[in-house]
Design a protein around this ligand. Structure first.
Ligand code: GLN
Length: 466
């Protein structure tokens, strides 16, 4: 990644033009046009001394509206934070800046990252640039579309249950969710803290690897962040290896899986075998319970995380007459949270309540443990695991918005990686006869991003012309 003959200012200007041209897609909440140009000009001053360049010198990046960027608005696409300004930088954002990246704006998403279609945002929906009658996926829909429509080189999103991989799949770009704890969550507005992970959208594996290398690694501000050192992901991409790969037949046989997606993935698996990889079917016992377990645990964590938005310390406060503090909380939260967020807070509060805790929350924790244990066993014998990213291609606006359960079931293939804390990526390899792109999901064991990225690089090259 370098500016080559162009100046950083030229590059920023050209992205600003694309942003202007694609304004109707509604991917950006705010564009930092003047500021990004200023920063580009200050980077251009050292253009003739590459030895002084940071790793992401001149790389133009957009960030999801859940990442704190000091002195800039951050709102999780929610009315409750519509006036809120970040008072510090998220660690990931700080590391981008330290390595000379240029942040061009913040990106639309589902409110508090809850959703699979970007239809739940206080800033309105984001359109898929390939077919504007279809959703971009969610919750990081703006981040996916910003890369898809060339409005920035790479973007950051967050992935609690698929919010990077599924929109990447729907938009035809690379979407990487690193292992839990690979990237610090400091400065990421929380949805479900034991699942949340910052993820990366890019056009190429090299770009995703370069961004990961920059923002990953230990952080004293996040005790759940892994202390393991960050490998040199970019240089390891050159190695060409063959891998031992598992797949779950139950995933491919699932009735909700689109037939064409299934047959394309099966053909791809055949081609991978011919390239020398070993692919073997492996039993997985929990496919039917992963979505329920995910929605019980994440809504429980969300109900606790979102209790801080009460109209007292920060964010929106009702201007209606209130009788007491409880009334202030109620009126503020009723007025400023959207429908989906309210649904999840109520569901989460219910599964944590006396009398139901054991039946739901504790049970789901047990399921999570079983899933983790089986995953550990699988990765003792295999390097990687393959499955679809989503059961269908990008659906039409409104198609699922009145049926929450149907929307939730669409997360069948993505929530597994978050429950197990492992790394996963969606590779944009296929095109459906309906004109929409879709991806292959590849998963690796915890902190084995090097393996994941090496395989991804070679697979993307091998199938480039599919
Ligand atoms: N679609 C999932 C949900 O609504 C995933 C969200 C996410 O990863 N942030 O919970």
């Amino acid at each position: 990644m370098s500016c080559g003959q162009l100046t950083c200012a030229d590059i920023v200007s050209s992205y600003l033009q694309e942003i202007e041209k694609n304004k109707h897609l509604n991917a950006f909440i705010e564009v930092y046009a003047d500021e990004a140009l200023e920063r580009a000009k200050s980077l251009d001053v050292k253009s003739s001394s590459p030895e002084t360049w940071g790793k992401l010198y001149g790389v133009v990046i957009g960030i999801k509206d859940v990442l704190c960027y000091k002195d800039h608005h951050v709102g999780a696409a929610s009315k409750i934070l519509e006036q809120y300004t970040a008072i510090y930088n998220a660690t990931a954002v700080q590391r981008l800046l330290d390595e000379d990246a240029i942040i061009i704006g913040n990106l639309n998403c589902d409110e508090f990252a809850m959703g699979s279609s970007n239809e739940h945002s206080s800033h309105g929906r984001v359109l898929n640039a390939i077919d504007e009658s279809r959703v971009p996926g969610g919750s990081s829909g703006g981040s996916a579309v910003a890369v898809q429509a060339n409005m920035c080189m790479a973007s950051l999103g967050s992935d609690t249950g698929g919010s990077v991989r599924q929109p990447a799949d729907f938009c035809g770009v690379v979407g990487l969710k690193p292992s839990y704890g690979r990237i610090s969550r400091y400065g990421l507005l929380a949805y479900a803290s034991s699942f949340d992970q910052i993820g990366i959208f890019a056009h190429t594996i090299e770009d995703a690897a370069a961004v990961l290398e920059t923002i990953a690694g230990p952080d004293e501000y996040d005790s759940t962040c892994s202390s393991s050192p960050v490998p040199n992901y970019v240089s390891s991409l050159k190695e060409n290896k063959t891998f031992k790969i598992a797949y779950f037949p139950a995933c491919l046989e699932h009735p909700s899986l689109d037939k064409e997606i299934k047959s394309n993935i099966e053909q791809c698996m055949e081609a991978l075998r011919k390239q020398g990889h070993v692919l073997e079917p492996v039993r997985f016992d929990y496919l039917d319970v992963i979505v329920p377990a995910y929605y019980i645990l994440t809504t429980a964590e969300a109900s606790s995380n979102l209790s801080r938005y009460d109209g007292v310390k920060f964010g929106y406060r009702t201007d209606a007459m209130v009788d007491n503090l409880q009334d202030l909380f109620k009126k503020t939260r009723s007025a400023a949270f959207g429908k989906e967020v309210k649904r999840r807070i109520m569901l989460g509060t219910f599964v944590l309540s006396t009398g139901y805790y054991d039946a739901y929350y504790a049970k789901a924790q047990q399921v999570r443990r079983l899933i983790s244990d089986q995953t550990k066993e699988i990765f003792k014998s295999y390097d990687l695991l393959l499955m679809p990213t989503a059961p269908s291609t990008a659906f039409k606006f409104g198609e699922k918005s009145n049926d929450a359960v149907e929307m939730f079931l669409g997360d069948l293939y993505t929530v597994y990686a978050n429950l197990a804390g492992i790394a996963a990526i969606s590779l944009p390899l296929f095109k459906h006869s309906n004109g929409m792109p879709f991806g292959l999901q590849v998963l690796s064991d915890k902190l084995k991003e090097t393996t994941l990225l090496q395989f991804s690089q070679h697979t993307m090259n091998a199938f480039e012309h599919v």
